[in-house]
Design a protein around this ligand. Structure first.
Ligand code: C5P
Length: 465
């Protein structure tokens, strides 16, 4: 059979195929081929004589994690971490620093990993058969747990005087640090400077958590993240790394969070937006391979890795930052921008005045960022997406908003207080486009983000076909 043409596929099925293809990072044609191949493989028909047997899929090789155990009291938890990683089907190799050997022995780490444990940069036997360069190259992910202040300082400065730091300097693999130290050492400006440098260098971190310190009975930030948390972080990183990249080469702009509109230098008007949905979208877009700029109002969320964050306060700052971040292929406006600002904001703190109960504050309208960008005559992103957070007549208002703001898609959601969506972790979306309405099931904000990114990838893919 040279080719196969299937006619009369309805639009809904085509859309489903596009979404599936985007999720798997394949062209629609390749996705159909895969489905057909799977369906053919599922039939019970025995192979006829002379037919070519279907290729047997080899089981995937276990992923190799290199665990560097630093010298801290939390090192005892690293032995449990090895077990947790192995439970997830990972192969674990271990390096112990000299200081780590004061807390755990190579024998115990070796017994749990089932592999040789490495300790010495200049061990002639190890350098001969598994040298530090090979250790660095063969790891798909390097976890440093506990990451002591000393190890972090050495890494931030590119020192390579022992096996652990030499491997860390030589590797191209993602590194995940689980810091653990005394709270004062963690809070020290030098440690925080090193941490900022390491994050800027692309190193991922988990923890430290707040709690009681084993050695001193003190409380504070410095406890190593629990082995289960670290193992979950490892799984997340490996999954993200292996995920298809349907937005590779695309630039995605996201706005998130509330805006703060000054009343005077110390007071402002704000709203209850947490920024969680916009941040989840930025993270999902980066995970799909996009180059992401996140223009963020004031929020209390960790900075997403692999995303350029531009911090702003007011709606006018946000518009300026968005315009500066263009051009973009896709722009997603998830920020809860204040509709009004104080026209006569005080240059100084407004004082109570005798005989006057309230100050005369006049409000004026803020620029509508979404509408401004969607109506640009030139440099308009190919796909402009807005949100419609409504407390009543959700669909009707969303449809009106689509037309008025000139955007391509609106994600409508009911934010009436009883839904708990504003500031909460879940969201129920209806996607409104020129061609109709698609209701998504209630899901976490992360899943909303993943669904949206799959739709965007499908739309961009569809355009190109
Ligand atoms: O008009 P409303 O605030 O309901 O519109 C919501 C959508 O418009 C969201 O996507 C929001 O980010 C965007 N918006 C904006 N600038 C404003 C007001 C809303 O970008 N000043």
């Amino acid at each position: 059979m040279a080719s196969l043409t299937v006619r009369q596929i309805d639009d809904a099925l085509k859309q489903q195929l596009r979404l599936r293809a985007a999720r798997h990072g394949r062209s629609v044609e390749d996705e159909v081929r895969t489905i057909l191949r799977e369906a053919a493989g599922d039939t019970e028909t025995p192979p006829t004589a002379g037919s070519t047997p279907a290729p047997v899929e080899k089981p995937a090789a276990a992923k190799r994690v290199l665990l560097i155990i630093g010298g801290g009291i939390a090192a005892y938890k690293s032995l449990d971490l090895i077990r947790r990683l192995k439970e997830r089907g990972l192969t674990v190799r271990c390096i112990l620093t000299k200081a780590a050997e004061e807390f755990v022995t190579p024998l115990s780490a070796g017994a749990i990993t089932g592999e040789r444990v490495f300790t010495d940069l200049f061990d002639p036997a190890h350098e001969f058969d598994v040298g530090h360069i090979r250790l660095a190259r063969e790891a798909e992910l390097i976890v440093v747990a506990p990451a002591t202040a000393d190890l972090m300082a050495k890494m931030a400065n590119g020192l390579a005087g022992d096996l652990a730091t030499a491997v860390l300097l030589a590797t191209k693999a993602q590194i995940l640090l689980a810091p653990a130290m005394n709270p004062a050492m963690w809070a020290n400006r030098a440690t925080q400077r090193n941490l900022a440098q390491l994050i800027a260098d692309g190193v991922a971190t988990i923890g430290p958590n707040e709690g009681e310190m084993a050695e001193s009975g003190e409380r504070g930030f410095g406890r190593m993240a629990e082995p289960l948390e670290i193992a979950a972080g490892v799984e997340r990183i490996l999954k993200l790394r292996d995920a298809p990249k349907p937005l590779k080469g695309k630039r995605v702009l996201v706005t998130a969070g509330p805006t703060h509109e000054p009343i005077d230098p110390v007071r402002y008007i704000a709203n209850r937006s947490s920024g969680k949905q916009g941040y989840a979208i930025a993270i999902a877009a980066a995970g799909a391979g996009a180059d992401v700029v996140l223009v963020s109002g004031p929020v209390n969320l960790p900075r997403p890795q692999g995303v350029t964050v531009v911090d702003v306060e007011s709606a006018r700052d946000m518009l300026e930052a968005v315009e500066r971040a263009l051009p973009a292929d896709v722009a997603i406006f998830a920020a809860a921008v204040a509709d009004w600002r104080v026209a006569n904001a005080g240059a100084q703190k407004i004082k109570k005045q005798a005989g006057k109960t309230t100050p005369d504050l006049a409000l004026t309208e803020n620029p509508d960022i979404l509408s401004t960008i969607a109506h640009r005559a030139s440099g308009r992103p190919g796909l402009v997406i807005g949100f419609a957070a409504e407390t009543e007549n959700v669909l009707a208002n969303a449809k009106a908003k689509l037309a008025k703001k000139g955007c391509d898609w609106i994600l409508a959601n009911d934010v009436s207080p009883e839904t708990g969506i504003m500031g909460g972790d879940r969201n129920t979306i209806q996607l409104v486009t020129a061609s109709g309405v698609e209701a998504w099931p209630p899901q976490s904000k992360e899943d909303v983000a993943a669904t949206l990114i799959a739709h965007i990838a499908a739309a961009l893919n569809g355009e190109q076909n």
